[in-house]
Design a protein around this ligand. Structure first.
Ligand SMILES: [Zn+2]
Ligand SMILES: [Zn+2]
Length: 326
């Protein structure tokens, strides 16, 4: 089986070559990695749970709120514009500085090394909701209990799977680029940077340890947890529910209430119908901040060959073609 031509060309080209690894862990996830993963998932999530009563009791300062929102959308667009639309699907070409910046921005989301993320996601598109998909909510069947189990698997469970997607097979184009390989390998350092920026700014602005602490709580922990769960919701919720106006080989749906928080990625049905499209929210009123950002990059001359969806291309993918004017 080969990758669909809609995916990055050459992604499946050279498997088993002698290219160096782009992650530190290798093909099997070791137990120390499993523990680190568990910590990076549960600690921010506990902060997210604590955030509600804390905000209720003492409120959130404008500084902490600003840091949280800024870091959230910086990392979110790093994932959506960078990891996803650019590195995974090649929906535009980027000038070298933008390519590097997107790799770093995405790494700030604490969602794993770039090359591993891309390899997993290309495999998801290759098998979407069929056997081989790393995170389909339909993995265990279609009954309600099976779907409940599947949703948990698609949201978080799959991250702990010991079997790793073959990076040489699914992301050889990225492994060949030494700078990208390095950024991917240094993922743990980018995580440290990502967690350190809010307390550094908060501490310096307020000139207090308490200010550094609250900034760390909101800008680092709560922000990471929120972005984690929004990203994972694309894998779980957006493959279980939502409108399906476009034809795709899977159960991907458009979920409107996640559009703003997911930076436009919850228009997931269109994405599976047309994976290389730079815009996912193609219908009237569908907010897609990532597409807007790509447009700005294009206007600045940093992004070229952007694959904007034409009206004809969108119409050709509609499930109900009779409702379209030609
Ligand atoms: Zn999907
Ligand atoms: Zn995708």
């Amino acid at each position: 089986m080969t990758l669909s031509p809609d995916l990055m060309e050459g992604a499946a080209a050279s498997s088993g070559g002698s290219a160096p690894s782009a992650t530190r862990g290798g093909e099997q996830k070791r137990s120390v990695e499993q523990v680190a993963l568990l910590l990076f998932i549960t600690v921010p999530f506990l902060a997210l749970l604590a955030a509600v009563p804390l905000a209720w009791g003492r409120g959130v300062s404008w500084l902490d709120l600003g840091l949280m929102v800024f870091m959230y959308f910086l990392a979110c667009h790093g994932i959506t514009v960078g990891y996803h639309r650019y590195f995974t699907h090649g929906s535009f070409k980027a000038k070298r500085p933008l390519r590097i910046a997107l790799a770093v921005m995405g790494s700030l989301a604490v969602e794993g090394p770039l090359v591993r993320w891309v390899a997993d996601h290309r495999k998801h598109h290759k098998y979407s909701d069929h056997e081989g998909d790393p995170h389909s909510p339909w993995r265990f069947g279609e009954t309600v209990p099976a779907l409940m189990k599947g949703l948990w698997w698609a949201h978080i469970g799959w991250l702990f799977d010991e079997e790793q997607t073959d990076q040489q097979k699914y992301a050889p184009d990225l492994i060949r680029d030494p700078a990208i390989r390095r950024i991917s390998r240094d993922f743990i350092y980018w995580t440290a940077v990502s967690l350190a920026i809010p307390p550094l700014v908060g501490g310096l602005v307020t000139m207090s340890w308490w200010g550094a602490f609250t900034a760390f709580f909101w800008g680092s922990l709560v922000r990471v947890a929120l972005l984690h769960h929004v990203t994972w919701s694309i894998n779980s919720i957006c493959h279980a529910v939502g409108k399906r106006p476009f034809r795709s080989r899977d159960r991907s749906g458009n979920v409107w209430w996640l559009a703003v928080l997911s930076c436009g990625e919850s228009w997931h049905n269109l994405h599976h119908a047309d994976p290389t499209s730079a815009r996912h929210g193609v219908l009237r009123g569908q907010v897609d901040s990532s597409a807007r950002l790509i447009r700005w990059f294009e206007l600045a001359g940093w992004a070229t060959d952007v694959r904007w969806p034409s009206g004809a291309r969108i119409d050709a993918r509609r499930r109900d073609k009779s409702s379209n004017a030609a």
